[in-house]
Design a protein around this ligand. Structure first.
Ligand code: 2E4
Ligand code: SF4
Length: 336
C-alpha cells in the first residue's frame, strides 16, 4: 500500500544583498520619528515619507498625519512641524510653507538634493537642463521645480531622446532621477550624446549607490530563478526597476509584492529556485514575513546572494540630532 507523500517540496531561496532600506530612507523615517518625540503629535508629512504602506501606517500609529499639499494642514495645527518626503520638493513648497508660517523639516534624501544642485549648476552656467526620469513621479516634480518653468526638459525613453529638439543643441546639461534602471539610462544617455556631442554630464552619477547596488545584486541572482519576488509598492520607482532587472537577467517570472499575503501560491507552479530582494523603501520585517511563508510551504534552503557591503549613513537635520531614540524606535527606523 502506498501513502501520499507529506514531504514538502525542496526549494532554494536566493536572498539578495544589499536589499531594502537605504541610508536616505532610514534618515527620512528617523526624521519623522524624532520630530514626533521632540514636538509631539501630530507631525504632518507631505506625501508618503517613502513609498511603503507598512512604514506610513506605522508612523500614523505614532501620530504622523500624511497630506499631499500644505493647505490640508488645519489652522489649529499650524504650529506643528511638517516634514517633506525623501523624494524632494519643488522650490515653491518651502516658499509656500514659509508664507504660511509653517515650521518644516526637509527629509529629502541628500542624494536627491545633490541632483537638485547639479541641475541648478547647469542652469547657472547657462545650460538648458535635460532631466532623464519618469513623468509625474514626485522626485521628477521636485527636480524640475528647482528651476524656472521652461528651464528643464524631461526625457523618459530612448524614443524621447530620438525626438527631442532643443533650441540650442550645443548648450545642454543632463541629470537623472536617482532610481532609474542603470542599463536603460545608459542607453538614453548614449543616444543623447550621439545626437548632442556637447551635452554636459553631471560631475557625479545621478543614479544613486543604493539603486545601483540593488539592481546589480538582482542581476547576478536572477539567472536560473523560476520566480523572483521583489518586496515593494506599486508606486515605488526603484522597486519596479528591480522587477524589470530580474526579468531581463533571466528570471522566468518576477512579481512585486507588498506583503506575504499578496503571494498567489496556487499560481506559482513548480518552483525550484526563487529569488528575493526588496526595494529601498521596503522594510526587512516584510522580507522575513515572506521567508517564513516559504518555509511553511516548502523544504527551503536559503542561499545568500550578496554583492557589496553598504556603509552609507546620512545625518538627520541639525534640529533633531540631540533627540534620543529608544531601541524600539531604532528597530522601527531600521525596518525590523
Ligand atoms: C527618495 C528617492 O523614488 P521611489 O519611488 O523609488 O521612492 P521610494 O519611496 O520607493 O524609495 C525611497 C526613495 C526616496 C528613493 N529615492
Ligand atoms: Fe537616497 Fe538612493 Fe535611497 Fe533614494 S534610493 S533615498 S536617492 S539613497
Amino acid at each position: 500500500m502506498t501513502f501520499p507523500s507529506l514531504a514538502k517540496q525542496p526549494i532554494t531561496l536566493r536572498l539578495c544583498g544589499p536589499r531594502g532600506f537605504c541610508a536616505g530612507v532610514d534618515r527620512a523615517i528617523q526624521i519623522v520619528v524624532l520630530a514626533l518625540k521632540e514636538f509631539g503629535a501630530p507631525v504632518y508629512v507631505r506625501h508618503e515619507i517613502v513609498h511603503n504602506r507598512y512604514v506610513v501606517e506605522g508612523l500614523e500609529a505614532k501620530g504622523a498625519i500624511f497630506v499631499e499639499e500644505l493647505d490640508e494642514i488645519p489652522e489649529e495645527h499650524r504650529k506643528q512641524p511638517v516634514v517633506f518626503s525623501a523624494h524632494g520638493v519643488p522650490k515653491s513648497v518651502p516658499a509656500d510653507a514659509a508664507s504660511r508660517n509653517l515650521f518644516y523639516l526637509d527629509a529629502t534624501c541628500p542624494l536627491v538634493s545633490k541632483v537638485h544642485k547639479q541641475a541648478m549648476r547647469h542652469n547657472k552656467l547657462g545650460r538648458h537642463v535635460v532631466l532623464i526620469g519618469h513623468a509625474g513621479h514626485p522626485e521628477v516634480i521636485g527636480t524640475m521645480g528647482q528651476l524656472p518653468e521652461g528651464a528643464v526638459s524631461l526625457v523618459e525613453t530612448i524614443e524621447d531622446a530620438e525626438l527631442y529638439t532643443p533650441s540650442d543643441p550645443d548648450n545642454l546639461g543632463f541629470v537623472t532621477q536617482t532610481t532609474l534602471s542603470v542599463d536603460d539610462t545608459a542607453g538614453v544617455i548614449k543616444r543623447l550624446h550621439e545626437r548632442f556631442p556637447n551635452l554636459t554630464a553631471p560631475a557625479a552619477d545621478s543614479i544613486c549607490y543604493a539603486t545601483t547596488n540593488r539592481q546589480e545584486a538582482v542581476k547576478q541572482a536572477a539567472p536560473g530563478c523560476d520566480l523572483f519576488l521583489i518586496v515593494g509598492a506599486p508606486n515605488s520607482s526603484n522597486s519596479k526597476r528591480l522587477v524589470e532587472v530580474a526579468l531581463r537577467a533571466g528570471a522566468t517570472r518576477s512579481v512585486l509584492v507588498q506583503r506575504a499575503s499578496e503571494i498567489e501560491w496556487d499560481s506559482l507552479g513548480d518552483l525550484r529556485t526563487v529569488g528575493l530582494s526588496a526595494g529601498a523603501s521596503a522594510p526587512e520585517v516584510i522580507v522575513n514575513e515572506i521567508i517564513e511563508a516559504f518555509r511553511d510551504r516548502y523544504d527551503m534552503v536559503i542561499e545568500l546572494a550578496d554583492t557589496v557591503e553598504e556603509t552609507e549613513n546620512f545625518l538627520v537635520n541639525r534640529e533633531l540630532r540631540h533627540v534620543p531614540l529608544t531601541t524600539q524606535d531604532m528597530a522601527f527606523v531600521n525596518g525590523e
